[in-house]
Design a protein around this ligand. Structure first.
Ligand code: SAH
Length: 473
């Protein structure tokens, strides 16, 4: 994982200034002034231009009443009452002088093509008023800013401004029906978010209205909570599905397990409520019956609940117990799969879980069940030379070792233990079935770990782990 630390502080603060009826002074009447005015005339500012001569285009704006032209050379008293000043004559030295005079009076001034004389700069602009995107590089790379502008210009439809105005109109209606701010935020997130932002923003104002009305009618028909059982994967947020991210963004409440990583939780909304229902191994735990109750209570409040489980929710996740209760209470739910620990562990050590000519089946077993260490059909597993992943198996590993060897499995077969798979502190231990119990006793394994029985680390992947460990230190 590469963390890029930005040490660069912004020298320029991007803000949008209310210029309605404010005096904006432009000094100059040639090409430089005209270039600045192209943006300025789009605002509601009162533009006063002082110059003996003006270009044809500026004359046109004056005729249209967009600017007030004062046909003479500027005087210091012109600064009086101005909010912003543009020194945009055709003479650089003169512009620098004007800028100095204006700054002395505490004014915001921009001098054409002379960054050091300016105390504000005008960004490159993508104009879809009232939507405006300003792009600046603090003068470091105007070409890059222009390229970003060109890219956005080609992607944002001309109708975006109309869409924003429509949304503003609809917001009032939505507010009367939905008094809660959190509900409204979620409503708009549902309307506007999606796989493809460029699709959402291409809606015509009418289509947007249709969508909003349709969704509002569903809302009025009785609000019921909804539960998404979401697989959080093995911990690294890069391994989340797109659907999981989306549900996290939309959740009112996130009910999460012990093994869900902080990095994944950080993707939830700040306003969401977070409820921890972790089960510590051999320690404190929130009983499943209480978790079920929490889901029902939250659903009764009409909330969108994300039930976040590590890995895949359908593998040792007790998902059925929760979905049975939801079904019995007629509460809608969906399941978003996640990357299970064995898949992440195998990927990181570079081995195939099933391999032609080696194993036709692969099983995932648990080292622990409700009664303690779990028993399995060890004889069958040993006989078939099966390969499998053991979850919750660290404590049970001496038992697993003796059961398999007693059933005739070769003590030399490879066993790989992957702790904290996919996380920065991932740790891999390579051993054999015969050594497993001893290794577990002598190696401190505190994090979640999978035992991959019958799997050896692919040589090419060894360096990968060393570098991961170094990165984590
Ligand atoms: N639903 C989860 C499994 C939950 S059971 C999944 O599909 O992955 C908890 C067990 O999962 C842990 O005891 C450990 O064996 C395994 N596990 C979960 N996250 C892991 C990780 N990042 N690295 C290694 N094992 C992990």
């Amino acid at each position: 994982m590469i963390l890029v630390k930005t040490k660069y502080f912004m020298r320029y603060l991007p803000i949008h200034i209310d210029m309605k009826d404010q005096l904006l002074l432009v000094i100059g009447g040639g090409a430089a002034a005209e270039a600045k005015l192209r943006t300025l005339v789009k605002t509601e500012a009162h533009i006063r231009l002082v110059s003996e001569q003006i270009s044809k285009q500026i004359q046109k704006w004056a005729n249209e009443g967009r600017i007030e032209w004062v046909a003479r050379d500027y005087k210091k008293r012109d600064f009086k009452g101005a909010r912003l000043v543009y020194a945009a004559s055709e003479d650089d030295a003169r512009n620098a002088k004007i800028a100095k005079q204006a700054r002395k009076r505490g004014l915001f001034v921009n001098a054409a093509d002379q960054k050091q004389a300016c105390n504000f700069i005008t960004p490159a602009l993508v104009d879809r008023a009232p939507v405006a995107i300003s792009i600046g590089s603090e003068g470091t790379s105007p070409g890059l800013a222009r390229a970003i502008k060109a890219d956005l210009e080609s992607r944002l439809p001309a109708s975006l401004g109309a869409l924003a105005l429509k949304v503003n109109e609809l917001r009032k209606m939505v507010k009367t029906i939905m008094p809660s701010l959190v509900d409204r935020q979620r409503f708009w997130a549902d309307i506007l978010s999606g796989r493809d932002l460029t699709h959402q923003i291409r809606l015509s104002p009418d289509e947007m209205e249709q969508r909003v009305l349709q969704k509002l009618s569903g809302y009025k028909d009785g609000r019921k909570g909804f539960v998404a059982l979401v697989g959080a994967g093995p911990g690294n947020p890069d391994l989340l599905t797109f659907a999981a991210r989306q549900r996290l963004h939309a959740a009112d409440v996130i009910v999460y397990d012990r093994l869900v990583s902080k990095e994944v939780l950080d993707l939830g909304r700040r306003e969401a409520e977070y409820i921890y229902v972790g089960k510590e191994p051999g320690g404190k735990c929130v009983p499943q019956s209480r978790i079920n109750e929490i889901l029902l209570e939250q659903a009764a409040r009409g909330r969108f609940i994300v039930r976040l489980k590590s890995g895949d929710p359908l593998i040792f996740g007790r998902a059925d117990e929760e979905t049975d209760v939801l079904q019995a209470h007629n509460i809608g739910f969906e399941i978003i799969p996640g990357i299970t620990a064995a898949a992440a562990a195998a990927a990181n050590i570079g081995v195939s879980l099933t391999a032609r000519g080696k194993n036709k089946a692969f099983s995932i077993i648990t080292g622990h069940d409700s009664k303690g260490y779990a028993e399995h059909d060890w004889a069958a597993m040993a006989r078939n030379d099966d390969r499998f992943a053991v979850y919750m198996g660290v404590g049970a590993s001496p038992l697993i070792q003796s059961r398999l060897i007693d059933s005739g499995m070769n003590a030399n077969i490879a066993v790989t233990i992957v702790e904290n798979a996919s996380r920065p502190n991932e740790y891999v231990v390579e051993t054999t079935l015969g050594q497993l119990g001893h290794i577990i006793k002598t190696t401190p394994i505190k994090g979640p770990a999978v035992l991959l029985i019958g799997y050896a680390v692919k040589a090419a992947n060894r360096g990968h782990h060393d570098s991961m460990k170094e990165a984590a230190q």
